[in-house]
Design a protein around this ligand. Structure first.
Ligand code: F6P
Length: 553
């Protein structure tokens, strides 16, 4: 359909959307037999196939104009110049700086023009400090207060201080560094004590080290879990400063708070207020990742993300992965009225990816007020959810295929797995490769059926009874990685980070604050005394009062 290009981009897109609603994805594939070639992007280790999105070249042109009208280019410059893009907290958002390699030269100048050398040195000092501790632990030279070698490290953190490290450590488990003592990394996040009690039950105080990971070092979830850990240690090892000194590492922006808590200065790893919690896995918050894959592997993760940072800054919109991901999301959310997005990795190693992306996207862009304090004009972040694809096929795909909700999906899979280089799997390589092929066949089949409906199969299926029919026209993108390794994962995650930024620019919101999580914490503080049997300072609503009575009776 021809749209009047003199219209403002938003009006053009509305017109496109009216027409789009009458067009089925299968028609788009019939009209253009080479649709894949025209709607795919290969960038470094990633292939992005967006041919199964309900877009045309004309729609993408209008989306690019929409991005220009929102001054996307200028905002990207502000981000990479370290401007205070987090306006409500008057802070820069410089997670990208954590990925700049520590070498001076033309390449660096180009990729990080505003990065002060002192900041770069400070970043690399922390990486080196973390690398030193990781190396000691790997070599079995890090000992507990009784002199025994540390065999288990427990990361205590929540939100960004848990989800990123957990997700990446699991995703890259195949590259795990083998250590003489078979060092294991565990994660504790939930405030209710169920995880910490479970983990402690399995471990010995003499050989356990805790990382207290909290950007603010004020998060009660983490501080309560940390106190439980300290009490557990002291019960067995006695109450003395050697326990704190030998069994705790801290990661935070606040050295004072770490010191006050009892973290030994040499075991304090720093970070900066310009790193948002959900963007912090690239800092010392990522220590569990470095413990899993080694500091060189961690640097490869940073290198993959840095590669994406450069691509994001340099590529034209139509060849720019984060921009395309962001604009296609805008098209789906704001013009096709698709308010939910499923994350479907076809690789069990990515089992926590959806959880991680929920925080990244929804805590960033789940906003309804613009940077100018006005109510937003367009709907913002869709609901992000998902699970490992093959398992989800047996859980919620029924709704994807035959439910009433329009849903867009991200299918993610590595092309190669269990291949020669992954020596780890040499014994069972053949069987496992067959399993990987099975997973890929399912991944491609599901996106094909979602897009095309029963027409994806042959004409025999046109006479199916109504309850067996597949309407199709559910859009999806497929991201293939050559293989899942530190570099490709770093690039993938940075692409999602920048996608979030692109969308925030279009919506005119600040993606780097999270005021919506604060008041609930305050109300919990008011309620805690009532649960501890103290006289409440005020009367609550009748529901809260009723629930309190039930708990306390
Ligand atoms: O690292 P911290 O300061 O303990 O915060 C943990 C998480 O809590 C939040 O502030 C939300 O409550 C997240 O943004 C953050 O990742």
């Amino acid at each position: 359909m021809q749209v009047d290009h003199s219209l403002p981009p938003y009006e053009q897109l509305k017109k496109h959307a009216e027409f789009s609603k009458t067009v089925h994805l299968k028609d788009l594939f019939i009209q253009d037999p080479a649709r894949f070639d025209h709607f795919k992007l290969e960038i470094g280790p990633l292939l992005f196939d967006y041919s199964k999105q309900r877009v045309t070249r004309d729609i993408l042109d209008s989306l690019n104009q929409f991005a220009d009208a929102a001054q996307l280019c200028q905002w990207i410059e502000k981000l990479f110049h370290g401007d205070s893009v987090n306006n409500t907290e008057n802070r820069a958002a410089m997670h990208w700086a954590l990925r700049v390699p520590n070498r001076l030269g033309a390449e660096q100048e180009q990729s990080a023009p505003a990065l002060d050398d002192d900041i770069l040195q400070a970043i690399h000092k922390q990486i080196d400090h973390m690398g030193f501790l990781v190396d000691q632990l790997h070599r079995g030279q890090y000992r507990g207060c009784t002199g025994e070698v540390i065999t288990d490290v427990v990361n205590i953190g929540v939100g960004g201080s848990d989800l990123g490290p957990l997700m990446v450590s699991r995703a890259l488990e195949d590259y795990r560094i083998q250590t003489p003592q078979n060092l294991q990394v565990h994660f504790v996040s939930s405030m209710d004590g169920s995880q910490v009690s479970h983990v402690l039950h399995e471990l010995r105080p003499e050989t356990t080290l805790f990382i207290i990971s909290s950007k603010s070092f004020t998060t009660v979830d983490t501080l309560y879990n940390a106190e439980t850990a300290r009490t557990w240690l002291e019960r067995k090892l006695g109450r003395n400063s050697r326990v704190d000194r030998c069994h705790f590492i801290g990661v935070s922006t606040s050295k004072e708070k770490m010191t006050e808590w009892g973290i030994y200065p040499e075991h304090q790893l720093g970070m900066w207020d310009w790193v948002g919690g959900r963007f912090s896995l690239w800092s010392a918050i990522g220590m569990p990742i470095a413990l899993t894959i080694g500091i060189e592997g961690f640097k490869q993760l940073l290198a993959g993300a840095h590669f994406m940072d450069q691509h994001f800054q340099q590529a034209p919109w139509s060849e720019n992965l984060p921009v395309l991901m962001g604009l296609i999301g805008i098209w789906n959310t704001n013009f096709l009225n698709i308010k939910t997005q499923a994350i479907l990795p076809y690789d069990g190693r990515l089992e926590y990816l959806a959880d991680y992306l929920q925080q990244l996207e929804m805590e960033s862009n789940g906003k309804s007020v613009t940077r100018d304090g006005e109510r937003v004009k367009l709907g913002t972040c869709p609901i992000i959810w998902g699970n490992v694809g093959p398992n989800a096929q047996h859980a919620f795909y029924q709704l994807l295929h035959q439910g009433t909700e329009p849903i867009t999906c991200d299918f993610i899979a590595p092309a190669l797995r269990y291949h020669a280089r992954e020596k780890l799997h040499a014994e069972a390589a053949h069987e496992l490769q067959a399993q990987h092929q099975l997973a890929l066949a399912n991944c491609l089949a599901q996106s094909r059926l979602l897009a095309l409906g029963e027409g994806a199969l042959d004409e025999r299926y046109n006479d199916l009874p109504v309850y067996k029919r597949y309407y199709g026209n559910q859009s999806s993108s497929t991201i293939l990685l050559h293989e899942l390794n530190s570099f490709s994962l770093g690039a993938l995650l940075a692409a999602y980070e920048h996608k979030v930024f692109v969308q925030s620019v279009i919506w005119g919101i600040n993606p780097f604050d999270q005021w919506g999580v604060e008041m609930g914490k305050e109300i919990a503080k008011e309620l805690l005394p009532a649960l501890q049997g103290e006289q409440a300072s005020k009367q609550f609503d009748s529901s809260t009062e009723g629930l309190l009575r039930f708990i306390l009776q």
